[in-house]
Design a protein around this ligand. Sequence first.
Ligand code: NAI
Ligand code: MG
Length: 500
Amino acid sequence: MAELEQRGDRTPIPAAWEYASAPESREIVKLEERYGLFIGGEFVEPRSGEHYKTLDPSSEGPLAEIPQAGPDDVALAVRAARGAFSDGWSAASPAERAKYLFRIARILQERSREFAVLESLNGGKPIRESRDVDLPLAAAHFFYYAGWADKLEYAFPHRRPQPLGVAGQIIPWNFPLLMLAWKIAPALAAGNTVVLKPAETTPLSALLFCDVLRQAELPPGVVNIVTGDGATGAALVKSEVDKIAFTGSTEVGKAIQRELAGTGKKLTLELGGKAANIIFDDCALDQAVEGIVNGIYFNQGHVCCAGSRLLVQESIYEPLLEKLKRRLTTLRVGDPLDKNTDVGAINSRQQLDKIEELVAAGEEEGAEIYQPPCRLPEKGYWFAPTVFTNVAQSYRIAQEEIFGPVLSVLTFRTPDEAVEKANNTPYGLSAGVWTEKGSRILWMAQRLQAGVIWANTYNRFDPASPFGGYKESGFGREGGLHGLEPYLDFREDSTDVIGG
Ligand code: NAI
Ligand code: MG
């Protein structure tokens, strides 16, 4: 430490700060060599006859063979869901539906270590995050919506809430189990049945979840899981479902919206983001540095609401950047299953290519790049935590979603300028505000065009709190009471004003 303190330039790595490795054992996870599709309560061979290999992105080693479901498989799953809907689930007493949701939540808690290891193995995220964020939040979502299942009449008084039927749900690879929970829990609580498609690179936790459903004795066909790539997703969008819920890229979201236009099928879209994390000169600087790091390096930056544009008030630009760069040198990049790891593997080759392409564009356009010295593993997909300074608003790295551990820093002088720059994006998912003044937080929150605004914190989630975007970040909300609405039809009854 003494050596470190003597340095004039404070950015180099504190070389003596070595951590002994602390790997989580992967023994707890039992993988099949080859999986089936989960349709009607059992694993079945895909009619398509096609499989692909899913990988561990930290080593590029294959983990298992996964079915690539075709249109016939999707149709079969939708029929199973339709059958389960009319054959009991929609008419089941709401308390009965709640019972299954509570069971699922408890089983997820009991098996959380197994799920956390699997999530890190297949997705590349640090075990510390899967263990402390993904798993507790996934269970919390099932608990939360279990509580609403028998209270829908109170949640929506005089609106006679009814389930829609079969919900088709398509989820991404950044929070595989958590996104599954966000989708399945409200759908079932509202009395729907489900066909869910996990992302092609991260199907394993959804397939293990099928085992939880069997353990919970959920009636067959209420939840069906079909694996495969975008073609499978497109087949689900075209199928006989009553609603599509999608989380993923804005590009695919737009295509789905076009496909569903005029069909009467309901749609919610949770798409990309390019959030501003705004630092005022009166904030607690060290706390803000932690919030910036959590905002952009959490889950390798594979976060739709990531604080990827840092807006710093000019008066504190230099001390803040110095603190931030120094903090970056202490981030440990490496083995996702090591409990010391802060930044894990990039989820896929495709995503790494995209990050590298945008970072090269940033350098070409004239931004200044900083990366702390770190040794990246030889195999697997990796990208060092990166900060860009001298960024103009017109640069691609200030406009486009990078979805990686890459921060673009801009500055502002006045609150008005901060608002203008923050809103200068096609997206509108989230924002962060760091200031000591409550009045300024409220002033900013009224003006920022974002679905979620964090104050003096970042990337905090709670099942009771609605989440979703404006503009090209999509529409519809997940979480909270708001999250039930997209899964319900309302037969509003004006004669039924008093008493119900
Ligand atoms: P993507 O939007 O292609 O994939 C998300 C899900 O949609 C996956 O399950 C995929 O199989 C499915 N899908 C793909 N094409 C489809 C289609 N035509 N019809 C129906 N479903 C389809 O996202 P991708 O290619 O994995 O990532 C590209 C970029 O999208 C990322 O770099 C990131 O910027 C953004 N993204 C944003 C996410 C978010 O949480 N908002 C999540 C994932 C990606
Ligand atoms: Mg794609």
